[in-house]
Design a protein around this ligand. Sequence first.
Ligand code: NAD
Ligand code: WQD
Length: 338
Amino acid sequence: MAILITGGCGYIGSHTCIEMLNAGYDIVVVDNYYNSKPEALARVKELSGKDFPFYACDIRDEEGLSEVFAKHQIDAVIHFAGLKAVGESVAKPMMYYDNNVNGTLVLWRVMKKHGCSRIIFSSSATVYGSENASPLKEDFPTGAVTNPYGRTKYVIEEILKDICVSDEEASAVLLRYFNPVGAHESGRIGEDPNGIPNNLMPFLLQVAIGKREQLSIFGNDYDTPDGTGVRDYIHVVDLARGHVKAVEYALTHTGAMPINLGTGVGYSVLDMVHAFERINGVPVPHVIAPRRPGDIATCYSDPAKAKALLGWEAEKTLEDMCRDSWRWQSQNPKGYDE
Ligand code: NAD
Ligand code: WQD
């Protein structure tokens, strides 16, 4: 028995590989290195002390993927492979629909051909759109998304729900991540973004290390306690452990199940900047800038369902998130390009 991890070389995938190996699972990884480097998996092997098969394969390559399933007995798939840059998805929607939606269709077809009907899918809090009030619960309406990236996540959720209605063997856990930050506590693996980061923590880290001059805080006139945007930041290792629990669930249940992976606590942009400065003793020069189009004031989870169904809850603190992010960044100023 093995668990296939698509996109296992990426930020969340590499941390999940470690937690799956620590939990005693055999894993097989596929990734096309579109947004990752081989060094990430070399470090996963070093940290876990375990080896596992890897295939440099695009999930849309039906033949290549079939060969992987022919070689290994795959019982479930954790499906991270996808493109995730919101702005890029607006400029290149076809690329996003092809990679994310078509990629998932090919993956499911190959899975079924080889008798595998269990998938854990990387969805996103973005499917809740801008019209729901936090704390966000899984039964709130979804789909009022504002960009093609978010639409791919919504559409894939709907496809997997339809499949689960039509196929009584199918199991799909739709994990809606909130805002993943942090890194493995060893400082050996972490997020290694290409180009100018869009997300808060990677940008903040590049300012802290002196690669960028200052952080622009996108708006301080939101209806929040200090006027800056509030989000549910979750440590990537907690998130990774949620996948181990989701695999256990998928192996013992059928049907489609959306589940939030968040902490249930919201922090503002200024909370994050001040916590980072205090915990690491490193200044983060910042200025207030105009709001970023498409942003909402507040987004945080109700994490009760994950606790009830998976027996999972986030354990790491804001201090852990800031300290571990900085350890990764300061020990690897060029990411995996040493
Ligand atoms: P990432 O870019 O670091 O990892 C994705 C991995 O998938 C990369 O290694 C990339 O090379 C690989 N990949 C992409 N397309 C592929 C294809 N067609 N075939 C094979 N491999 C392919 O991103 P991440 O932050 O680790 O995110 C993982 C998943 O979680 C993504 O689906 C993302 O949309 C989702 N997600 C991420 C966040 C976040 O803020 N990081 C939030 C919610 C959801
Ligand atoms: C967080 C807060 C910004 C950068 C995005 C995607 C979402 C999900 C996670 C994948 C906001 C503020 C940011 C900066 C800032 N990804 N900010 N200056 O927008 O909550 O979610 O990533 O599924 O789909 O939309 O995350 O990290 O970009 O922003 O002030 O330079 O930080 O305005 O309030 P977001 P983020």
